[in-house]
Design a protein around this ligand. Structure first.
Ligand SMILES: [Zn+2]
Ligand SMILES: [Zn+2]
Length: 93
C-alpha cells in the first residue's frame, strides 16, 4: 500500500513521471530510480558513491526482506512525524 503524507514523495523530482521511491540523503530530492538519482545533481552523486547506491538498490531487490524492513522503518518514521503534529487527546479541558 502506498503511504501518502507530507514526507512521502508523490512524484519523482527528476522525471515527474513515477513515484519517488527513494530519497537523496543530501538534498532530500525524491527519485524513482538510480538513473534519475544520477541526473538530479552531480554534487550529490559525487558526494555519495553512486556505485554504493546502485549496489544498495540491487541488494534491496535481491533481498525483499531488507526492503520490507526499511519500509517498516520508514512507515514508523512517518507515523512519528504525524504524531508530532497531532498531539494526543490529552486536553480534556
Ligand atoms: Zn524519475
Ligand atoms: Zn541530491
Amino acid at each position: 500500500m502506498l503511504i501518502q503524507g507530507k514526507d512521502e514523495c508523490a512524484l519523482c523530482a527528476i522525471c515527474h513521471k513515477r513515484g519517488g521511491r527513494y530519497k537523496c540523503p543530501k538534498c532530500q530530492a525524491c527519485y524513482c530510480s538510480v538513473g534519475c538519482y544520477k541526473g538530479h545533481s552531480k554534487e550529490c552523486t559525487e558526494a555519495f558513491n553512486e556505485e554504493n547506491v546502485i549496489e544498495e538498490l540491487k541488494g534491496q531487490k535481491a533481498t525483499p526482506e531488507q526492503g520490507s524492513k526499511m519500509r517498516a522503518q520508514l512507515a514508523e518514521m512517518t507515523s512519528i512525524d504525524t504524531k508530532g503534529t497531532q498531539l494526543p487527546a490529552n486536553s480534556n479541558r
